[in-house]
Design a protein around this ligand. Structure first.
Ligand code: ADP
Length: 447
């Protein structure tokens, strides 16, 4: 087991990882920018190292500073959290070269999954169902037209290097295709420095369903069921559930087993998420994330398994603590992402939190790094906390969520709490009857 883990992240996820380390009796080091000297993870860690000024490029993304912090403090492993360097293959390689363990998969696996064309090709080879589309990058308009005619309109053009919902364009007819192709290419080139794009069938009313997987790096793979993350705004998840209200036990185990086998065949190590669009009873792979996800707590709630403990065990060579048959799903869980944003316009609302009171009681978990008097710096993501609620079934979970949302107090800044208070009373949400476009339509109506 590791003696000392350096946490290369901030906010709620830094605290989340820190808690797992403390439970396992591992010493913790955190790194932080000058804007985060008062952050909770800095206060609670055994050691902290300031690695630079506020902009992420000069601090949380500064590989040299982080490696130096490992060497100064003698950390033998790094947990990258999510975002920042968590899916940076070069970072994983550099740590390996310094004999520091990256708590995550190999640089090569990160690289394969970071390139969407390569990821899709790999998924197909491993027997994972994919969205019909081009075999690889599209070279010109002629090829685009041929592929689109083959799979049928509407189609979506996506950047191979894409991420965060950027570089995607939909074409409903052949007349739209030329402009969509050109815009997607130039957006991809500008945003990612790589203008390779590919085409796939545009699914009109899918749900976003993702499978949590784990590999032990020695040929064993398991799945922890799925999460439904269909409630999205600008392709960003807002509310997540486990299990999905749309799947039955047979579908769950069918797709879960396909994913677990793929992970085993790949020789993958650590946590991963295989993301699908789901429509008319069919799954279509869209991408794989090679890290812990923001929404992992809903899986923890229904399985009772600490996924960060598992990540640390696997990375230290101790293997997984569970076999597939040990993983049972109990009840239902929902997570709301609470952002420091205006609940209608979604413009960021940094500033000082004058009062912060979190709900409690049975089945209620709040993961947050903020506190009363904390000043939210304007430089980073606006996520200030996650409310995760668990019940014996979805109805009980929703009742508890409504109650927990009522108890939650964040004064001094605007947050997205009012949005969740509206959603929890909506009949479509109560029925679990929504797809990936539901939230945008709901917000456009301004209800
Ligand atoms: P990113 O890495 O940029 O988040 P993804 O491939 O994960 O890109 O897609 C993000 C979101 O875009 C999906 O959750 C879905 O809402 C939408 N999307 C992607 N591919 C398709 C498709 N083929 N049909 C319909 N919607 C899609």
């Amino acid at each position: 087991m590791f003696q000392k883990i350096l946490i290369a992240n901030r906010g709620e996820i830094a605290l989340r990882v820190l808690r797992a380390c403390k439970e396992l009796g591992i010493q913790t080091v955190v790194v932080h920018s000058t804007a985060d000297s008062d952050a909770m993870h800095v206060r609670l860690a055994d050691e902290s190292v300031c690695i630079g000024p506020p902009p992420s490029r000069e601090s949380y993304l500064n590989i040299h500073q982080i490696v130096a912090a490992c060497e100064i403090t003698g950390a033998d492993a790094v947990h990258p959290g999510y975002g920042f360097l968590s899916e940076n293959a070069k970072f994983a390689d550099i740590l390996a070269a310094h004999n520091i363990t990256f708590i995550g998969p190999s640089g090569d696996h990160i690289r394969i999954m970071g390139d969407k064309i390569e990821a899709k090709r790999t998924a197909k080879r491993l027997g994972i169902p994919v969205v019909p589309g081009s075999d690889g990058a599209i070279s010109d308009e002629k090829e685009a037209k041929r592929v689109a005619a083959d799979i049928g309109y509407p189609v979506i053009i996506k950047a191979s290097a894409g991420g965060g919902g950027r570089g995607m364009k939909v074409a409903h007819t052949e007349a739209d295709l030329e402009v969509a192709l050109q815009t997607a290419k130039s957006e991809a080139g500008a945003a990612f420095g790589d203008d390779a794009v590919y085409i796939e069938k545009y699914l009109e009313r899918p749900r976003h369903i993702e499978v949590q997987v784990f590999g032990d790096g020695a040929g064993r793979g398991v799945h922890f069921g799925e999460r439904d993350c269909s409630l999205q705004r600008r392709h960003q998840k807002v509310w997540e559930e486990a299990n999905s209200p749309a799947l039955n036990a047979e579908e769950r185990s069918r797709i879960g087993n396909i994913c677990a086998k793929a992970i085993a065949d790949l020789g993958y190590s650590g946590a991963g998420t295989i993301e699908f669009l789901y429509e008319n009873g069919e799954f279509y792979f869209i991408e794989m994330n090679t890290r812990l996800q923001v929404e992992h707590p809903v899986t923890e709630a229904i399985t009772g398994i600490d996924l960060v403990h598992e990540q640390i065990r696997v990375a230290s060579g101790g293997g997984l603590s569970v076999r597939q048959e040990d993983i049972k799903f109990t009840g239902h869980a929902i997570e709301c992402r609470i952002n420091a944003e205006d609940p209608r316009t979604f413009t960021p609302s940094p500033g000082t939190i004058t009062h912060f009171h979190t709900p409690g009681g049975l089945g209620v978990r709040v993961d947050s790094g903020v506190y009363s008097g904390y000043k939210i710096p304007p430089y980073y993501d606006s996520l200030i906390g996650k409310l995760i609620v668990h019940g014996r079934n979805r109805v009980e979970c929703m009742m508890r969520l409504r109650r927990a949302l009522d108890e939650f107090v964040v004064d001094g800044i605007k947050t997205t709490l009012p949005l969740f208070r509206d959603l929890v009373g909506n009949p479509d949400i109560a029925n679990g009857d929504y797809d990936i476009h539901w939230l945008e339509k709901y917000l456009a109506k301004g209800e």
